[in-house]
Design a protein around this ligand. Structure first.
Ligand code: CP3
Length: 358
């Protein structure tokens, strides 16, 4: 049988989708950001043979590493397609390399706003067609065990990498752009938003069942700048994805926004139209719920560093966390991605404890 986007196996575990949509669940759903990653020896084995972006670009390899955490941790209630947020700058014509130990490197970052015009918006999403293929293949290979999450970087986070040329502790150049070239910055953020919308719609068409938008660099934005340079684009992305799915007669999917370091703007985030808000570990679950109200799902937020504690301690911290969030409208996760040295048994303790907690 041909593996198309029309004949997917039926979904057997819909806890994640139910929680995102505010429906009742038998157990709290759990997944982990970066669950397919370097803490897994089987992931390291694939990476020893293939370059990072080769794994992203080869549907069979991307599918294999997406499935790896599910094999080891049967309590996981979701999978997230293996890719990276930086495939968008690549599709716009920028070179991005992944240097082991250093992270992503752009040999030619944007030096000034005149270079924005060199970015190739036209057909950018067709150059990301390999992500759609990986999603379709994975939806078949996952056999309906859990839903498959698609994702993207948010415009401000992507722009930061494109200007800084990689990860940056200070974001000094980006902050200079926000001050000096705010018109051009808004033009670039709007262009990135258009590409992101079509990219997300393509992911749904390919089989993604929930979409997460990573605003990982929100920790650099105080509230006022978050309201100017992040929130409006996140809002447009949500409403445009909805509108385009409808126009294409595709099924609607729930969406999550995760603004790391955005704890100062939860009220703003609650008004962006997303079904779920991701929280980093600095946010108190009870305070967050008070701010956002009852009509939105929360996701998070154990500190990834807590997974370096003993399994018994992880269990009790996790149960505590789940009790604070409560069973309704809640998806358990870490407050950011799992880190490379995390012991394998920590994930067992974390995922099992979520399902044991009430
Ligand atoms: O399992 C999953 O969560 C899916 C895969 C995934 C990766 N990157 C794989 C990856 C996802 C969702 C991402 C998103 C991503 N990529 C973000 C947003 C999430 C976040 O962490 O805030 C960001 C900022 C990036 C950019 C990026 N990619 C950085 C900063 C790094 C280096 C960090 C590091 O851990 O070294 C990457 C590399 C990367 N992306 C790895 C993985 C598994 C490790 C690189 C490797 O295998 O050599």
């Amino acid at each position: 049988m041909e593996l198309t986007n029309k004949n997917f196996p039926a979904l057997k575990n819909d806890r994640l989708l139910r929680a995102a949509l505010g429906k009742e669940v038998d157990k709290v759903p759990v997944w982990v950001m970066r669950q397919a990653g370097r803490y897994l020896p089987e992931f390291q084995a694939v990476r020893a043979k293939h370059d990072f972006f080769t794994v992203c670009r080869t549907p069979e390899l991307a599918c294999e590493v997406t499935l790896q955490p599910l094999r080891r941790y049967p309590h996981l209630d979701a999978s997230i397609i293996f890719s990276d947020i930086l495939v968008i700058p690549q599709a716009l014509g920028m070179t991005v390399e992944m240097h082991p130990g250093l992270g992503p490197v752009f040999p030619n970052p944007l030096k000034d706003p005149s270079e924005i015009d060199n970015l190739q918006e036209e057909n950018a999403v067709s150059r990301l067609d390999y992500v759609g293929k990986a999603i379709t293949l994975t939806r078949h290979k996952i056999e309906g065990k859990v839903p498959l999450i698609g994702f993207t970087g948010a415009p401000f986070t992507l722009m930061g990498y494109m200007i800084e040329g990689g990860g940056s502790k200070t974001m000094a150049k980006t902050k200079e752009w926000l001050e000096k070239y705010s018109n051009e910055v808004h033009k670039l953020l709007a262009m990135l938003s258009r590409v992101i919308v079509d990219y997300l719609v393509m992911q749904v068409e390919s089989g993604a069942q929930l979409l997460q938008v990573f605003e990982s660099s929100a920790d650099h934005l105080p509230r006022e700048l978050f309201k100017e340079f992040s929130a409006p684009y996140l809002k447009t992305i949500r409403s445009e994805v909805k509108r385009k799915l409808e126009a294409k007669q595709l099924e609607q999917v729930p969406m999550t926004v995760f603004a790391k370091g955005g704890g100062h703007s939860l009220d703003v985030q609650a008004g962006l139209g997303y079904e779920t808000l991701g929280l980093d570990w600095t946010v108190d679950p009870i305070e967050a719920r008070k701010i956002v109200g009852d009509n939105i799902t929360l996701q998070g937020n154990l500190d990834p560093q807590d997974l370096y504690k003993k399994p018994e301690e992880i269990r009790s911290m996790t149960i505590d966390m789940v009790r604070k969030f409560g069973k309704h409208r809640y998806i358990a996760n870490l407050g950011h991605g799992i880190t490379p040295q995390t012991p394998l048994e920590s994930m067992t303790a974390f995922t099992e404890a979520v399902h044991e907690a009430v």
